[in-house]
Design a protein around this ligand. Structure first.
Ligand code: SF4
Length: 691
C-alpha cells in the first residue's frame, strides 16, 4: 500500500480514527519520510502546528520497519511527547497495521536513572540503620512489588520515592553488573532487563535525545527519526559538555564510606587501606564544595548578591583541584583487591574511574584554552532540595563549574550519521530566519533534503496580533516591569479564556508577578515553579480562564487547545542573555571568525523562540485567540521586520478596544473546550502515573 493510500480520506487510517481529517501536508511529509527511509540519507522537515507530524513519520516508519524486519528509533526531547507517542499514536499505528495484516511491536527506553535496580534495592534494604522508618517501609514495599513486576520504570512504581532515596536505588550504569545480555546470578530478576528485552524485540523504539546522545548501548536501529529536533543542539551542547557539582564530591565520599564499612565489617580491611580511602573521601566531601566556592569568590561572587550568576573562568589561578582528590585516587588504586563480593569489586573499580574522570574534568576546565568551548563558574541561591546535593559546607549558595562546546555539528554528525542509517529530523519550528540551512549546519546534516510545510490552520481568521507601542525599552528594568504589569492588568479582563504571560528572565517574571498578584480578580493566577510543570499545565487547562506566568519551558512544547488558552502575552523579545557566560563566550567565538554574533546567532535564536511562543496559541482548527507583544522594539528597530516576517500572517489589532471587540465576537468552540478538558485530565493522569 502506498503512503498516499494510507492517508487518503478512505484509507485505513481514516477508518481507524473516527475524527481523522485529511491534511495534504501530512501526506506530503509521510511520503518524504518513506522516500528517505527507502533511499537513505537525511531529511529535515519543518511541519507547522496541526500538520500531524507524529503520525506522518510513525505510520510510514512502522510499515517500513515491519515489512522489512527492521527497527525504527524515534527520539523526542520531552517525556510528555515520548509518552504521547507511546500511549496515543503508536496504538493507532498498530491498529492500522493490523488492518493490513501486520503486527507491530513497540517499546520505550529511558535514561538509566529512570529504572529501579533490584540489586541496589536489596542491598540497601539490608541496612535499616541508614534509613528513617518511613523510608525503610518504602524500600520493603518496593522489594515485595519487584518480585512480580515486569518493568522497573520509575513512573510505574507503586510508591512516590523521594529523589535522595531514588538516587540510591536507581540503575547506575557504572555500578551495573549486567552489561551483557544476561543479568548476573546475584541480581536475581533484573527489572531493567525486562524493559531492555522488550526494547530489543521492538520494531519501533521510542527513546529521548539524552539517551540517543549518551554512550548507553542501545539496540541497533535501521533508521532514526528525531522529533522536537529544534532542541537537539542544546541537548547536545549539554551532553558533550561537563559539569562539576558539589554532589560529585559528596557521592564519591558516600560510596567510598559504604564500601569501607562493608570491608571492615567483613574483616577484609586488615591492612587499613579501605579506612584510609574513607578518610580521604571524607576530606574530599568537605574540600570539594569549598573549592568550588573559592573559584566563585575569585570570579566576582560575593555573599551579598541575591541573584544567580556566573563568570567565564579566567584560567590564571594556579589550583585545579582540592588537595585531597589526588590522594583519594591513589588510595582507591591501592585498596586490597579482589573484593570478596563481585559487586563490591565493580563498585571499587567504578569509584576509581569516577575520581579519575572528576580530576580530568577539572584539568580541562582550568587548563584547556580553546575559544570553541565555554567554561564558567555558576552560583545560585540554594533551595531546600539543593541543600542535600551541596553538603553542609555550603550555606545559602551552591556553586558549579561548567563547560559546553559552542559548536556540536561535527559530533552530532558522527553520532547520528556515522552508522549510515537514514535520519529524519522534524519540528514545528526549525528555520532560523533564512530557511532550514542554518539548522542543518548546526546539527551536522548540511547535505540533508529539506521540506517546509505550512500549518493547515487559517491564522488570518483564527489569530490576531497586537503590538503595543507605548511600553518603555526593556533596558529600563523597573520602568519596563511597571509598564508590563499595567498592560497585563488592562488586557487580562478583556480575555474570556486563559492567558499565558511569557518572560525571558525569572527576575522580570518575579517583578511583574509582585505587581499584579493582588490585582487580578476572578481567575487563578499561577507562576511557573509553584508546582511541577505538568501539574501546573493540567490545572491551567481545567481552570479554563487562568493566568500563567512562565519562562523558557512554556515558550515551547506546551499544547493547550481550545479557549483554555486564548491569549499569549509575549513580554521582552527573547534574545539570548548576552551577559551570561556562555553567550559571552559565544560572542567571542563568532567574532574570532569575523562574524556578527547578533546576526548569526542572537537574532535567529530570538526569532525562532518568538515563533515558538506564538505557536502556543492556535493548537486546533477550532481555536481562536490573540498574541500580544509588549516590546515596541519590534516596530522601531531594524531587526523588527525579521521577527514580523517570521510570524504567521494574521489580523493586526491596534487598540485595547479592538482587542475587546475581537473577543466579544468570539464564539467559544465547544470542541476546543472539550479537547482542553480532556487534555487536562490526560496531563493529570500522566502526573499520577509519574508518581
Ligand atoms: S543487572 Fe544492573 S540494573 Fe539489573 S539488578 Fe543487576 S545491577 Fe541492577
Amino acid at each position: 500500500m502506498t503512503v498516499e493510500e494510507l492517508f487518503s480520506p478512505e484509507g485505513p487510517l481514516a477508518r481507524e480514527e473516527s475524527d481523522y481529517e485529511f491534511r495534504p501536508q501530512q501526506t506530503r511529509m509521510a511520503a518524504a519520510v518513506m522516500a528517505t527511509l527507502e533511499r537513505g540519507g537525511g531529511l529535515v522537515v519543518e511541519a507547522g502546528t496541526g500538520v500531524g507530524k507524529s503520525l506522518a513519520y510513525l505510520l510510514p516508519g512502522a510499515l517500513w520497519a515491519v515489512s522489512g524486519g527492521r527497527r525504527l528509533q524515534v527520539s523526542t526531547h520531552t517525556r510528555a511527547l515520548q509518552e504521547q507517542v507511546m500511549e496515543r499514536e503508536l496504538p493507532i499505528v498498530a491498529r492500522v497495521l493490523n488492518r493490513l495484516g501486520q503486527t507491530l511491536r513497540y517499546a520505550m527506553l529511558m535514561g538509566a536513572d529512570n529504572y529501579l535496580c533490584v540489586r541496589r534495592l536489596e542491598r540497601l534494604a539490608q541496612s535499616p540503620e541508614l534509613f528513617s522508618e518511613s523510608a525503610m517501609t518504602v524500600l520493603e514495599d518496593l522489594a515485595v512489588w519487584a518480585k512480580t513486576a515486569d518493568t522497573g520504570q520509575r513512573s510505574r512504581l507503586p510508591h512516590l520515592v523521594a529523589q535522595g532515596l531514588w538516587r540510591r536505588i536507581c540503575r547506575d550504569p557504572e555500578f551495573c553488573l549486567g552489561q551483557g545480555r544476561q543479568g548476573p546470578a546475584q541480581c536475581g530478576r533484573c527489572l531493567y532487563r525486562c524493559d531492555r528485552d522488550r526494547a530489543e524485540k521492538a520494531q519501533v523504539l521510542v527513546i529521548n535525545h539524552a539517551l540517543l546522545l549518551s554512550a548507553a548501548r542501545l539496540p541497533p536501529s535501521d533508521a532514526l527519526v528525531v522529533d522536537e529536533a529544534h532542541t537537539l543542539p542544546d541537548v547536545a551542547a549539554g551532553h558533550f559538555g561537563m559539569v562539576v557539582t558539589p554532589g560529585r564530591f559528596l557521592r564519591l565520599a558516600e560510596e567510598t564510606a559504604a564500601l569501607a564499612r562493608r570491608a571492615a565489617s567483613g574483616g577484609e580491611d586488615a591492612d587499613g587501606s579501605w579506612a584510609e580511602a574513607q578518610r580521604w573521601a571524607g576530606l574530599c566531601a568537605e574540600e570539594g564544595p569549598l573549592f568550588l566556592k573559592q573559584v566563585a569568590l575569585r570570579h566576582g561572587f560575593s555573599e551579598s548578591v541575591a541573584e544567580p550568576g556566573g563568570r567565564l573562568l579566567d584560567g590564571s589561578w594556579g589550583k585545579v583541584e582540592p588537595p585531597s582528590l589526588p590522594d583519594l585516587e591513589r588510595c582507591l588504586a591501592e585498596v586490597r583487591r579482589p573484593c570478596p563480593d563481585p559487586e563490591d569489586e565493580s563498585v571499587a573499580q567504578a569509584l576509581q574511574v569516577r575520581v579519575a574522570a572528576l580530576r580530568k574534568d577539572l584539568r580541562e576546565l582550568f587548563e584547556a584554552d580553546s575559544l570553541e568551548t565555554a567554561r564558567w563558574v555558576e552560583w545560585f541561591p540554594l533551595g531546600r532540595q539543593d541543600r542535600s546535593e551541596c553538603g553542609p559546607a555550603l550555606r545559602g549558595f551552591g556553586f558549579e563549574l561548567r563547560a559546553t562546546p559552542l559548536d556540536v555539528a561535527e559530533r552530532l554528525s558522527e553520532r547520528l550519521l556515522g552508522p549510515g542509517v537514514p535520519v529524519v529530523m522534524t519540528s514545528a519550528t526549525l528555520s532560523w530566519g533564512r530557511g532550514l540551512g542554518e539548522f542543518k549546519e548546526q546539527v551536522g546534516l548540511a547535505g540533508a533534503r529539506e521540506l517546509a510545510l505550512d500549518s493547515p490552520f487559517d491564522f488570518r481568521s483564527q489569530a490576531a496580533l497586537f503590538i503595543l507601542d507605548d511600553v518603555p525599552d526593556p533596558s529600563d528594568e523597573a520602568g519596563y516591569a511597571t509598564a508590563v504589569a499595567r498592560r497585563c492588568r488592562d488586557i487580562i479582563p478583556r480575555i474570556p479564556g486563559g492567558v499565558f504571560i511569557l518572560f525571558s528572565s525569572w527576575k522580570m517574571l518575579r517583578r511583574v508577578h509582585e505587581l499584579i498578584r493582588d490585582r487580578i480578580k476572578g481567575r487563578p493566577l499561577w507562576v511557573q515553579g509553584a508546582s511541577g510543570n505538568e501539574t501546573l499545565l493540567s490545572d491551567f487547562i481545567l481552570a479554563g480562564n487562568a493566568v500563567l506566568l512562565g519562562v523558557d519551558t512554556f515558550w515551547q512544547g506546551v499544547d493547550v487547545p481550545g479557549s483554555a488558552l486564548s491569549c499569549v502575552i509575549l513580554t521582552k523579545l527573547p534574545f539570548p542573555n548576552f551577559a551570561s557566560p556562555v553567550e559571552s563566550a559565544r560572542r567571542r567565538w563568532h567574532e574570532s571568525f569575523g562574524r556578527s554574533y547578533f546576526d548569526c546567532w542572537s537574532l535567529p535564536r530570538a526569532v525562532m523562540k518568538l515563533r515558538q511562543g506564538f505557536g502556543r496559541l492556535i493548537r486546533s482548527a477550532a481555536d481562536r485567540g490573540a498574541v500580544v507583544i509588549l516590546d515596541s522594539r519590534i516596530l522601531h528597530k531594524r531587526y523588527g521586520e525579521t521577527f514580523l516576517e517570521a510570524l504567521p500572517p494574521c489580523r493586526r489589532i491596534s487598540s485595547m478596544e479592538e482587542l475587546s471587540r475581537f473577543f466579544s465576537r468570539r464564539k467559544p468552540g465547544k470542541k476546543g473546550s472539550k479537547i482542553s478538558a480532556e487534555r487536562g485530565r490526560y496531563h493529570r493522569r500522566q502526573e499520577k502515573d509519574a508518581i
